[in-house]
Design a protein around this ligand. Structure first.
Ligand SMILES: Nc1nc2c(ncn2[C@@H]2O[C@H](COP(=O)(O)OP(=O)(O)OP(=O)(O)O)[C@@H](O)[C@H]2O)c(=O)[nH]1
Length: 332
């Protein structure tokens, strides 16, 4: 058995605080604290002994921690928690408290021994790192917005459309779902700008973008500003009939905003819409479908504006392999 004298010196010379509390007495009072406990807390032996160790928390105990500590004690087990404690002079320090039950020869818990370690530096450093991570996260989000969103209207920008279109195309190809692509262009917008000025033109662009965004609210709908006064919408899972309805509805909604455009024949700000509906297939390019919708927009402009026109889906191009098969079967 180890020399008890040595054990006593070890406890008294320990750099970490050591305390002993009595189990089974009201409020589990401390009956011993070592010099390191006194140095760490600023409380002398006489001031600490007789009190429950929670006096160091000055009233506040995190409910989850309290529950965890109570549950461990009820089961006769130890626990380890990092607690905000206060020194006698009122300053905060973080106490990594590790408590173990001491049993008598019958297995009854008679005392608890507590080891206190001042981990303030570590906790503050962790907090600093967490704060820095939070800053980095919000900077990353801001950067992502900058890269993907159009600064004026807040909808996605052309760059993001170009990269997202490929993904949406592949998803629709896999699920064999139809995809409606709409090209939307404000009519006589130059005249609007000339009449009201660029600032008002910007405001009108925002109103149009908002109305379009409100019109397409399904998670799979994708709206982007394609450039200038032109927008593009991709609605996955939308068939030809609802696409036609939607295209007309968009024209109506923008017209009903009632934004005056005195130099346009209708006297109001209107849009033209071109759309195509396509089920992506092998040999069919996303760009070809986008081009079709753009051609339909051109047709809508040609048809007098303030209207929607559709274009047929592109036909899959014959692949090199298919050409070879055709050649072989025709014997040429
Ligand atoms: N205020 C504002 N105007 C813009 C912006 N981007 C493009 N425009 C203007 O949009 C106008 C587009 O003019 P055009 O391409 O001639 O088309 P339009 O006058 O709408 O005629 P149609 O499309 O044929 O009906 C130009 O005057 C551009 O300056 C923008 O961010 N803000």
């Amino acid at each position: 058995m180890i020399d008890l004298n040595l054990l006593q010196h070890a406890v008294m010379d320990s750099r970490d605080g050591i305390s002993i509390a009595v189990a089974g007495e009201v409020d589990t009072p401390l009956i011993f604290v070592n010099p390191a406990f006194e140095r760490m807390t600023g409380y002398s032996y006489d001031e600490a002994v007789g009190r429950n160790c929670r006096f160091l928390q000055q009233g506040y105990v995190d409910p989850d921690q309290r529950e965890a500590m109570r549950a461990a004690v009820a089961k006769g087990e130890g626990f380890s928690e990092v607690l905000p404690n206060y020194r006698k002079d009122g300053t905060l320090f973080w106490n990594e408290l590790s408590v173990s039950p001491i049993h008598d020869e019958h297995g009854t818990v008679t005392h608890y021994i507590g080891f206190q370690k001042d981990v303030t530096q570590r906790v503050l450093l962790d907090e600093k790192l967490r704060a820095r991570n939070r800053d980095l996260e919000s900077a990353k989000r801001a950067l992502e917005e900058l890269v993907t969103l159009d600064a004026l209207t807040g909808v996605y920008n052309r760059r993001h459309f170009d990269s997202r279109m490929g993904t949406l195309w592949k998803i629709s190809a896999r699920t064999a779902e139809s995809m409606a692509i709409f090209f939307i262009d404000i009519d006589h917008f130059k005249a609007y700008n000339d009449h009201f000025g660029h600032q008002k033109g910007d405001e009108a662009l925002i109103d149009v973008a908002q109305t379009l965004a409100e019109s397409f609210q399904r998670g799979s709908d994708f709206l982007a500003r394609y450039g200038g006064e032109e927008f593009v919408v991709v609605a996955c899972g939308m068939d030809r009939q609802p696409a036609g309805y939607f295209a007309d509805e968009l024209c109506r909604r923008i017209r009903d905003l009632g934004i005056p455009n005195p130099d346009s024949p209708s006297g109001r700000l209107t849009i033209s819409v071109g759309y195509t509906v396509v089920i992506p297939q092998p040999g069919m390019e996303a760009n070809a479908a986008v081009k079709r919708a753009d051609e339909a927009l051109f047709a809508a402009k040609h048809a007098g504006r303030n209207c929607a026109q559709s274009a047929p889906a592109p036909t899959p191009s014959v692949t090199v392999r298919e050409k070879r098969v055709q050649k072989t079967s025709s014997g040429s």
